[in-house]
Design a binder for this molecule. Sequence first.
Ligand SMILES: NC(=O)c1ccc[n+]([C@@H]2O[C@H](COP(=O)([O-])OP(=O)(O)OC[C@H]3O[C@@H](n4cnc5c(N)ncnc54)[C@H](OP(=O)(O)O)[C@@H]3O)[C@@H](O)[C@H]2O)c1
Length: 266
Amino acid sequence: MQQVTIERTALRVSRVGFGTASMHHLLRAAQRRGLLETAFDTGITHFDTSPYYAYGLAETDLGRFIQHRRDAVTVTSKVGMYSPGWTPLGGLGVWGRKAAGRIVSSLAAPRRDWTVARARTSLDQSLKRLRTDYLDLLLLHEPAPERLQADDFLAWLQDEQTAGRIRYWGLAGESSKYCLWLEKDHPIAQVTQTHDSLDTRQGDPVLDAARSLQFTYGYLAAARQSDGDIAAHDVMQRALKRNDTGCVLVSTRRAERIPELAVAAK
Ligand SMILES: NC(=O)c1ccc[n+]([C@@H]2O[C@H](COP(=O)([O-])OP(=O)(O)OC[C@H]3O[C@@H](n4cnc5c(N)ncnc54)[C@H](OP(=O)(O)O)[C@@H]3O)[C@@H](O)[C@H]2O)c1
């Protein structure tokens, strides 16, 4: 697997990264662990998670997986979008809360909080679940520029970097929503992780700001939406060409699909 150094950082990651947002569809912990093991065995060393994914269970699973190989992997987690309640004990708990959320949406919908105090507590909890004392990357999860004080957040992120709890920080989500910070080259946008696709090219605001794509996601999901039966290898080749210097995040619930996704970056 090719490795790249992400622009504006010394962060070295695999060209394909594995996203943990949909792992909870596998109800048994052993199945979720198998997914992470397959990703790692195919050369994927970068993993993306969030305290909101599976209400904390994705971080817990990833933490168990990385605890004996922390130096061999890089990990992103996020702040700003939180679970409505405690971390479920297993996949069944996540499934139950999502099912209940279809009737009472507040049981499943994310809580958004853009205070530094909440972000600091969240980072404490993420590090605990991930069984590590640092994150390679901490991203603001779908930030709302009008609702957060970028300079206060930046000061906190710099403090966490100095304390060694995070190596880098940045923004995650639709780049059109945070393009104001890109245009101003605000230091809060040190790293961007943006939704993108081969047809709609939602990542263009990053390129328009004369920056390279750093982390991107969404190519397979978009291809699948427009054509149920996708040629995943071809989509990956084109995605890696579009994001030619960064990391393309993928996700699947089927371990047997991972080698096909990784091979395009070998
Ligand atoms: N705001 C953010 O920062 C943000 C937002 C969204 C996502 N992300 C991150 O990016 C990761 C990936 O996002 P994504 O889910 O949009 O990514 P994606 O990899 O573009 O799409 C995943 C979809 O593609 C399907 N798929 C995977 N391999 C396939 C194959 N070989 N053939 C056919 N279908 C295939 C999967 O279905 P199966 O499971 O059935 O294989 C799934 O429905 C997430 O897990 C998360 O970590 C971040």
